[in-house]
Write a protein that binds this ligand. Structure first.
Ligand code: CA
Length: 514
């Protein structure tokens, strides 16, 4: 709901200044104003766990509201499906090989060009609350309070320019509290704002808030069709990974068969009252084989979805405040995740692959008066595009060395004739957690060609006939022509994006595997 009274009051206040001041000097509250942007970003949120994307596992009414009142992107992808690299791509508008954040191991070079710095120069007030995960301190933000590293689900420590501070409570709620405090009490209302509310949730190890600990107890979460994938008809990397729910999740860390660390006494008491009986029942059942896998999936999926419930609830709080304050009308709300996630598809948890569930990411944008409510966009877009989109929306020049493309025309419902028909992907973190081999590839609207370059092996998927990517058709005569075309397109993209050969050596122990 738009607050009509405050809207007309703002217009009256601003009228005398309209012809006297350049556009950028006009208050964010006034007529002719530049929009504010609220960028809500979560960590590892599977689009399969958002009801606006058709989830059969949960309901997310507040996230759905962003889609229903704005635009849902159904072909939004990342360039490198892992936490820190994705954040670096978002900040710089450049692929990993140019921004230097190939894996989670490097420290982000905060001295380089990023969109928040450019927005500051353009007169925007910039603020960031929540997960950062880039090791170096944030740059380009007038205000920031970030979790240390991955951050915990309970009682987080925040790093701030004024020193560290501990806050008791549930991290998803606290990040929203701080976002709201800033909006209400700390920002300069004479400037438009770019505000980041970046969540730790639903990153591993999925500790729910007390109010959601029992949710889903009386129901089974539907299993994905590929939970029991046998990895046939693909190259060796799909089977040599170590990220299956069945074999690689830990009893303590993932399934929480012992009480997790980090609670205060009261939180521990609440946790044990809810989880001890569940754990006792599990121990007594002595499950084996497929029954054990079923239990593991349910325990994992339910805790994951409970963490999403808190994210959704807190998005509701933010939307409510925007409505109540009259800010909603001129504030763009963006929801995305640093990448997608396997909620049991292929038997997996985690991300990293160019296969759809981790390559794709949720992206929903609400912009009253510009985006037609309930629109669905099917163009190929990437997190590489976010920086230029923000700059374009805010009326600022896009540097020539950024590698994405502004989504602004798409938000207005117009697809430029020369919009891209293919996208590039590269994953680098091997050796690393979960043993996912380095690979790069190209995807267009129908096909995906992946090169596992350490073994010089190729996979090709026909996504129309095989949307679950269970059968690589690389080498089949019927696909010879399309394979040749895709290889040419892959070379063209690597040249356009200036991708060097990945010559980083492997440790001797690992090299023997290849
Ligand atoms: Ca992540």
């Amino acid at each position: 709901m738009i607050d009509e009274e405050s809207k007309s009051k703002d217009c009256r206040e601003m009228k005398p200044f309209i012809f006297l001041l350049p556009l950028f000097m006009i208050s964010s509250q006034g007529f002719g104003k530049r929009p504010n942007i609220l960028f809500i970003f979560s960590d590892d949120h599977a689009y399969q766990a958002i009801s606006a994307y058709g989830s059969n596992r949960n309901k997310t009414p507040n996230l759905d509201r962003i889609a229903n009142e704005g635009m849902r992107f159904d072909r939004a992808f990342v360039t490198n499906s892992i936490c820190a690299p994705s954040r670096a791509v978002v900040l710089t508008g450049k692929h990993s090989h140019l921004n230097g954040q190939l894996t989670n191991m490097e420290t982000f070079d905060g001295s380089q060009q990023t969109f928040p710095k450019l927005l500051q120069k353009a007169g925007y007030q910039t603020a960031l609350f929540g997960k950062w995960h880039l090791k170096s301190s944030p740059t380009g933000f007038d205000f920031w309070e970030v979790l240390r590293g991955q951050g915990p689900y309970y009682n987080p420590l925040f790093i701030t320019p004024k020193g560290n501070k501990n806050i008791s409570g549930y991290t998803t709620d606290i990040i929203t509290d701080r976002t709201l405090d800033w909006l209400k009490n700390e920002r300069n209302s004479e400037q438009p704002f770019f505000l980041c509310s970046w969540h730790k949730a639903p990153h591993r190890n999925w500790l729910p808030a007390p109010k959601y600990m029992k949710k889903y107890d009386d129901q089974d979460i539907p299993e994905p069709e590929t939970l029991r994938d046998d990895y046939r008809n693909r190259l060796s990397p799909a089977s040599s990974q170590t990220m299956t729910i069945d074999k690689h999740m830990r009893d303590d860390w993932d399934f929480k068969l012992t009480t997790p660390k980090g609670f205060n006494n009261e939180q521990k008491r609440i946790w044990e009252a809810v989880y001890e009986p569940k754990n006792k029942a599990f121990r007594e059942a002595k499950l084996k084989g497929d029954d054990l896998l079923k239990w593991k999936y349910q325990r994992y999926a339910k805790d994951y979805l409970r963490c999403i419930d808190s994210v959704d609830e807190n998005i509701g709080r933010l939307l409510h405040y925007l409505d109540k304050s009259g800010l909603a009308e001129n504030t763009i709300v963006i929801y995305s995740s640093d990448q997608g996630w396997y909620l049991g598809e292929h038997g997996w948890y985690d991300k990293r692959w160019m296969y759809e569930e981790s390559f794709r990411t949720p992206l929903m944008i609400r912009w009253p008066g510009t985006i037609r409510p309930g629109s669905v966009n099917m163009n190929l877009v990437q997190n590489l595009d976010y920086a230029q989109t923000f700059l374009d929306i805010c009326g600022t020049d896009q540097p020539m060395d950024m590698q994405g493309r502004s989504l602004l025309p798409l938000l207005k419902g117009e697809t430029p004739d020369d919009w891209r028909e293919s996208i590039y992907y590269q994953y680098y973190e091997f050796p690393g957690y979960h043993n996912v081999r380095r690979h790069y590839g190209v995807r267009n609207h129908r096909y995906k060609l992946i090169h596992f370059y350490m073994i010089d092996g190729w996979e090709l998927y026909d996504l129309e006939k095989d949307p679950q990517e269970l059968n690589s058709v690389y080498g089949e005569p019927a696909y010879a022509k399309i394979t040749e075309e895709l290889k040419k397109e892959l070379s063209r993209l690597r040249k356009e994006y200036k991708v060097p050969q990945d010559t980083r050596p492997l440790p001797n122990k690992i090299r023997k595997l290849f």
